[in-house]
Design a protein around this ligand. Structure first.
Ligand code: ZN
Length: 239
């Protein structure tokens, strides 16, 4: 029997009564079969929810079958808030999408767990979602460059350009700047934020809304992704 720990990203029904769960572990995404998962007497009914952080005992060669599963953290505070939960589903979808390519799992896996704990405990949790998205750009190798013009390295009169993946100077800015200085500063602050040395994060709704647009555009332009949860979230929060 093998032991695994990870975050359940999603499940799919399999045959009549079984399910396959997709779990993000320190080695990447791993799928497991839960026999009889949809039956009322299944011992896994309370543990197999999306987002649960679980320890799994499983056996089998290619598709492993779950024998026993325990909750490490349930993240009740996230699951009970529709907005929070939808934001989190958005980042779980990103993890799932990129888990096969580019992600450095020993870094992204513990980071995801830290972010989930922050989202669970903080009232102002949205910056932590944005922090995950910002740092994920680094882990995926499409990190924005903040300190100089990406074309000529000039450090004066800079504005953020989605297309160029960072700051451009007056001479190399092709269109009117789309994002306020406050928004770009917040993006940069979250990108470099060290969770081990926490400092206060000051935000206002206007800047959060703007940063949401910036991140959406950046992911769409550089990684060609808009998650389903992002669309659902738009319906919930209105932007
Ligand atoms: Zn320039």
């Amino acid at each position: 029997m093998d032991v695994f720990e990870g975050i359940i990203l999603k499940h799919l029904d399999y045959k009549e009564t079984s399910q396959i769960i997709y779990v993000y572990t320190e080695k990447g995404m791993q799928s497991f079969l839960i026999r009889g998962a949809n039956q009322l007497k299944s011992p896994f009914l309370g543990t197999k929810d999306t987002l649960s952080y679980v320890r799994i005992y499983a056996s089998g060669k290619s598709l492993k079958t779950v024998k026993e599963m325990n909750i490490i953290e349930y993240f009740k505070g996230i699951k009970e808030s529709l907005d929070k939960y939808t934001y989190v589903l958005h980042i779980l979808e990103l993890v799932e999408h990129f888990s096969d390519g580019g992600l450095d799992h020993p870094k992204s896996y513990p980071f995801l767990i830290k972010i989930l704990r922050k989202v669970e405990s903080e009232m102002e949790y949205v910056p932590y979602i944005n922090m995950f998205e910002a740092k994920l750009l680094f882990l995926l190798g499409v990190n924005p460059r903040f300190h100089e013009c990406v074309i000529c390295k000039d450090t004066h009169d800079l504005s953020f350009s989605i297309k160029d993946g960072g700051m451009t100077c007056h001479d190399h800015t092709q269109s009117k700047p789309n994002f306020s200085e406050k928004c770009v500063k917040l993006f940069e602050f979250l990108y470099y934020y060290d969770l081990a040395k926490p400092s206060s994060i000051e935000t206002e709704l206007k800047t959060i809304v703007e940063l949401r647009k910036l991140l959406d555009s950046y992911y769409l332009y550089h990684l060609n992704i808009k998650t389903k949860s992002r669309t659902v979230l738009e319906g919930l929060i209105g932007y």
